[in-house]
Design a protein around this ligand. Structure first.
Ligand SMILES: O=C(O)c1ccccc1NCC(=O)[C@H](O)[C@H](O)COP(=O)(O)O
Length: 416
């Protein structure tokens, strides 16, 4: 264990209370109260001398309230199940209290990643000092964990939910994401294209230096994309929520998927406010209860949800959830970066494929699609749509690259 004093503790912002609850808040409140009851936890702050010496010896326990009575704390607790299971209670210093055991977290509806650092964040405050204490429990095991942990930390800095209420009333109208996919499939007989507006990724680094999101969106639309996927994560993908409204304001009609690592219902409201028509829900990150809860909020907001799976277990979990209309099969393993397009075929074989057909679910093949053969392969496996980033974005004109990917011009103009 490494201990390093790196600075002094910043002041904590004062708590904020919500105005009377809206229709949206009621759902949040209900879920939070039923699933994440308030509780007291024993916090174990670091003993200053032990911390300085690099030992994590606990000081005598003290009690801290895990959740407050403030409506803000309740209404924005967006993922009650994972929050509860991950022991996301707060210590007096603003850091989550340590949870009992990593296995508890891993056992939540089968999600493998740890949603939060098991032993608390590496930075601890002891009086005016800040200590960095790294150990297995607070070091991410893979990129997905790293992203999600950072996302949870980002959420702590967000505006309170009630501040979105006014602007949300003026959000641009929702467009029919699933309808656009179906219309495109009916028009071309080929999987509908969700073209990705993505500057960089953890596995590929910077994909396009001269990144002009609006121009890219326009050329995608002109050349036959049915919908667009817009990366909004800044740290790992160099994306931005501002790209959503910039693309809409430029007159692009294609419905927009907010491609984000959603861990908190706040992100759903914010995505809608910025003009998203659909959001991504990643099964590897969200326990079933969270997925159901987020789907309900999406429904209230009128947005579609693309529920992403990577393996059989995630597919089976998601097939057990009512109201899922759109499933994305990611050919990329988000923990190892390995890409294998036969993953789409494997997950659609046999009973799973039949269940999907019976339920009328549209399947999107995601990642690693570069050639017309790849498109045919996933179409034959049963997908009605594809989500494509790298193979288009790296070309000089990403829009014109669509014809190369499909082996023919699929633009609406070509059909006229
Ligand atoms: O692409 C990554 O490096 C990555 C890492 C961690 C989480 C997600 C990641 N990518 C998201 C995607 O899977 C892709 O953006 C999307 O499916 C398009 O893939 P591609 O056509 O291969 O760019």
């Amino acid at each position: 264990m490494e201990a390093l004093a790196i600075g002094s503790a910043p002041p904590r912002p004062p708590g904020l209370a919500l105005p009377p609850l809206t229709r949206h808040h009621h759902l949040l409140l209900h879920r939070s109260k039923t699933l994440a009851p308030r509780r007291l936890v024993a916090a174990a702050p670091m003993d200053a001398a032990a911390a300085a010496a690099g030992r994590g010896g606990p000081a005598p326990p003290r009690c801290a309230r895990a959740e407050t009575d403030s409506e803000d704390a309740v209404a924005t607790t967006s993922s009650p199940h994972s929050a509860e299971a991950a022991g996301a209670a707060e210590q007096g210093n603003g850091a989550p209290a340590p949870v009992a055991d990593a296995a508890d977290v891993e056992g939540v509806d089968g999600i493998r990643i740890r949603r939060r650092p098991v032993t608390g964040p590496p930075v601890h405050y002891v009086g005016p000092f800040q200590f960095r204490l790294e150990n297995e429990g607070n070091t991410p095991r893979n990129i997905l964990e790293r992203i999600v942990w950072d996302k949870e930390a980002e959420m702590k800095e967000r505006r309170p939910l009630y501040m979105l209420k006014g602007p949300l009333e003026n959000a641009p109208p929702v467009r029919d994401f699933i309808g656009a996919l179906k219309a495109s499939f009916d028009r071309t007989g080929l999987p509908a294209l969700i073209a990705e507006v993505k500057k960089a990724s953890p596995s590929r680094g910077v994909l396009r230096e001269d990144f002009e999101p609006v121009q890219i969106a326009q050329t995608y639309e002109k050349n036959g994309a049915a919908c667009l996927s817009v990366l909004t994560d800044a740290k790992y993908f160099q994306g931005s929520f501002d790209y959503l409204d910039a693309i809409r304001n430029a007159g692009v009609q294609c419905p927009l998927l907010c491609k984000e690592f959603i861990v908190d219902a706040w992100q759903l409201y914010y995505a809608r406010l910025k003009g998203a028509d659909a959001v991504l829900l990643i099964a590897a990150v969200l326990p079933n209860l969270d997925i159901k809860y987020m789907l309900k909020i999406c429904k209230i907001l009128g947005m579609a949800a693309l529920v992403e799976v990577h393996d059989e277990r995630e597919m089976d979990r998601v097939l057990g959830i009512d109201c899922v209309q759109l499933i994305g099969i990611n050919n990329r393993n988000l923990e190892t970066f390995q890409v294998d397009i036969s993953n789409t075929k494997n997950l659609l074989e046999g009973e799973r494929g039949q269940t999907i057909a019976q339920k009328g679910i549209i399947v999107v093949g995601e990642s690693g699609l570069f050639t017309p053969d790849h498109i045919s392969f996933v179409q034959n496996a049963g997908v009605k749509a594809v989500l494509v980033g790298e193979s288009l974005i790296k070309q000089e004109d990403p829009g014109k690259a669509i014809a190369g990917l499909f082996g023919k011009d699929i633009s609406p103009v070509s059909a006229a």
